[in-house]
Design a protein. Structure first.
Length: 74
């Protein structure tokens, strides 16, 4: 499942990051792997996501499609 497929306000863990080399490197350097992600709002071309208690970010849908997550539901 990718970040763009996530339900609003559900908790997910970032499991892998794909995409082109530059995007992959940038997101890994930001420390996204292993963080808890929660989608707070959606627009047509982007979404607002909280990544743990560290930060929030507006993520373009094309980049959200390259962020693999897994659900934290039991």
């Amino acid at each position: 499942m990718t970040l763009s497929d996530c339900e609003m306000h559900g908790e997910y863990t970032v499991a892998a990051i794909g995409g082109d080399v530059e995007t992959h490197r940038r997101l890994v350097d930001m420390g996204l792997l292993g963080l808890t992600a929660t989608v707070c709002a959606r627009k047509k071309s982007s979404l607002l996501a909280d990544f743990g208690s560290d930060f929030s970010a507006v993520v373009q849908t094309t980049i959200a499609n390259s962020i693999e997550v897994k659900s934290n539901r039991a």
